[in-house]
Design a protein around this ligand. Structure first.
Ligand code: SAM
Length: 224
């Protein structure tokens, strides 16, 4: 399998200098380089943004900014990406990467717990108490979920009405190293969180979805 992945990575469009820099700095300055989306998934994200014609994207879980750069690099000049990250120690590295990619003007980094940030963004969109319809030009075309695996169901509920009909929710790590199909299901909160999320999505009549067995699994969900 390793050989196949190496072959695929050698035949994916070459990532730019900014992504090379982010990847290298992630290895040097963090202990969690495996959290990066990487070349293969990064290129898929870029293509999904391009073919969907997305203008507004929301990302939960920035880490060092690799996937944010992939997503934003295909937005039009007047596009916008909001990316949410809890760990403020990553802020300088993230912002330097955005700058090197020439994307600082269209990416906005929000440091803090993403559920709290989502509540604020929802209210800015007119989705506070009482109001059920977001201001149309503030709705997102794509939401990429890649933060705390225990909270995927809550994220789904919070972002659902922030997305326009026909928009996409992309959720990463939904196979969780194969733990989601173990019998019995491991009872750690992350496995239970991801398994509940996949069950919730597949039973939701408001969406169509497919899990791609890419890396650790990407759930591609289209809001009807
Ligand atoms: C898998 S990494 C994201 C990887 C990134 N999307 C990429 O592909 O390069 C998950 C990130 O989510 C962040 N995170 C975890 N819980 C969070 C929360 N409650 N709010 C915001 N960010 C959170 C972590 O600090 C970590 O940086």
């Amino acid at each position: 399998m390793e050989k196949i992945y190496k072959y695929i990575e050698e035949h994916v469009t070459r990532q730019g200098e900014a992504l090379d820099w982010v990847e290298k700095q992630t290895h040097i300055r963090t202990n969690h380089a495996r959290m990066l989306s990487g070349k293969l998934q990064g290129e898929l994200l870029r293509i999904l943004v391009q073919i969907s014609g997305a203008r507004r994207i929301l990302e939960l879980g920035t880490f060092t900014g690799y996937s944010a750069i992939c997503l934003a690099s295909m937005l039009p000049e007047d596009g916008h990406l909001d990316t949410l990250e809890l760990n403020d120690e990553l802020e300088d590295l993230i912002l330097e990467g955005f700058d090197r990619a020439g994307l600082s003007d269209i990416i906005e980094l929000h440091i803090g717990d993403c559920k709290e940030t989502l509540v604020r963004l929802r209210s800015e969109m007119g989705l506070g108490q009482g109001s059920k319809t977001a201001v149309a030009d503030k709705m997102y075309d794509i939401v990429y979920i890649d933060a705390n695996k225990r909270e995927y169901c809550e994220y789904y509920d919070l972002v659902f009405d922030m997305i326009r009909p026909g928009g996409l929710i992309l959720a990463d790590n939904v196979l969780w190293d194969g733990k989601v199909c173990m019998d019995p299901l491991p009872q750690d909160k992350q496995t239970v969180g991801i398994a509940s999320f996949n069950d919730m999505v597949s039973a939701d009549p408001r969406v169509e979805s497919v899990i791609l067995p890419l890396r650790d699994g990407l759930n591609v969900i289209r809001k009807k």
